[in-house]
Design a binder for this molecule. Structure first.
Ligand code: PMV
Length: 330
């Protein structure tokens, strides 16, 4: 039994930062993101009664043992739902830099959730797909949808009310995200490890939680009213606040590298010159720059020359996950 699905990565505008339940991946706070058209993953999943173990191939190579074990833990949830013990062979190909702070796991687990449940004929609706994808990687809960998406943290201990929903479809707002990529190497502290340390030790974490609901309310309203300025201001503030919590952790740490700050300064200069744009940084050194479509190329040029920037790409709001007929390149 086989199925193929395509999913797009997302970047948070109001960040998810901290878990209240590590195994179910339940967040301490809600979050809002934009799904990205140009960054995607296609995953083929096949289950077979004769296979003894799961197998995972990512971009043509055998996955690491850690990635394979994580996938098996996730597929065990899917197997429980389908009441089967069949093992799976999974082949995944994408264009998202892996484990670098560019939300590669958001598209990976959204695609895996969609393809594996389709292969086992579970026919989950998007709410249940989001709940499932969340258990692979928190941010994957949001990649089930396209455009602008909110993941509600939920209150229940079993996570049945912690899932994403659509706020604004991809074609109904002419925004772009210019992404300045600092380097392709894996980051030293994963988002999982970083947020756990912050929740346990950061002197600023309580302040993060105290302000995030207002940020969510204001960002949601801004998206519904297509108020770019307010959304951009909240996006940038959410980035600064999230990274402040890492600096207040014990031991402290920082995801930014020198080019990260150079790009942020360039964003400020562009704004001073009337090109409205706002910076966003996740758990890595890269910078997403939220802007109107018309300014994307100008911004791309303005950050391309910065020393240490390996690559700059322009992304538009992207679509929801979907089943593919065949395994084509993402
Ligand atoms: O879902 P994870 O474990 O990749 O965590 C994502 C954390 C941030 O990217 C920093 C924020 C977010 O909401 O995506």
């Amino acid at each position: 039994m086989r199925a193929v699905a395509k999913a797009h990565a997302n970047i948070a505008l109001v960040k998810y930062w901290g878990k209240r339940n590590e195994s179910l991946i339940l967040p301490m706070n809600g979050s809002i993101s934009m799904t990205l058209r140009e960054l995607s993953v296609v995953t083929a999943v096949e289950f077979h009664p004769r296979w003894q173990t799961d197998q995972l191939i990512i971009n043509g190579s055998d996955a690491s043992r850690t990635d394979l074990e994580r996938m098996t833990r996730f597929l065990n949830i899917v197997r429980d739902l389908a009441q089967t013990d069949w093992r799976a062979h999974v082949v995944s190909r994408g264009n998202v830099p892996l484990a670098s702070g560019l939300a590669s796991s958001s598209s990976a687990y959204a695609a895996l959730a969609t393809a594996s449940t389709e292969a086992l004929r579970l026919h989950l609706d998007r709410t249940h797909l989001s709940i499932l994808a969340r258990q692979g990687s928190g941010s994957a809960a949001r990649s089930i949808y396209g455009g602008f998406v909110e993941w509600t943290k939920g209150e229940r201990d079993d996570g049945t009310d912690s899932y994403a929903r659509l706020l604004c479809s991809p074609d109904s707002w002419d925004l772009s995200m210019v992404i300045a990529i600092v380097g392709y190497g894996a980051k030293k502290i994963s988002s999982r490890e970083g947020m756990a340390r912050v929740v346990a030790t950061s002197v600023f974490y309580r302040d993060w939680l105290n302000t995030v609901d207002d940020d969510l309310d204001n960002a949601r309203r801004a998206i519904l009213q297509r108020d770019f300025t307010t959304l951009g201001q909240i996006t940038e503030a959410s980035t600064y606040k999230m990274h402040a919590t890492t600096m207040g952790a014990s031991p402290p740490f920082c995801y930014w590298q020198a080019p990260t700050l150079e790009v942020i300064h360039q964003v400020e200069r562009l704004r001073d010159h009337g090109i409205e744009c706002y910076a966003s940084v996740d758990a890595g050194p890269h910078v997403g720059i939220l802007c109107k479509d018309v300014n994307a190329h100008r911004i791309c040029e303005a950050v391309s020359g910065i020393l240490g920037i390996a690559h700059v790409l322009i992304t538009r709001p992207g679509p929801e996950t979907k089943i593919e007929e065949s395994f084509n390149e993402a």
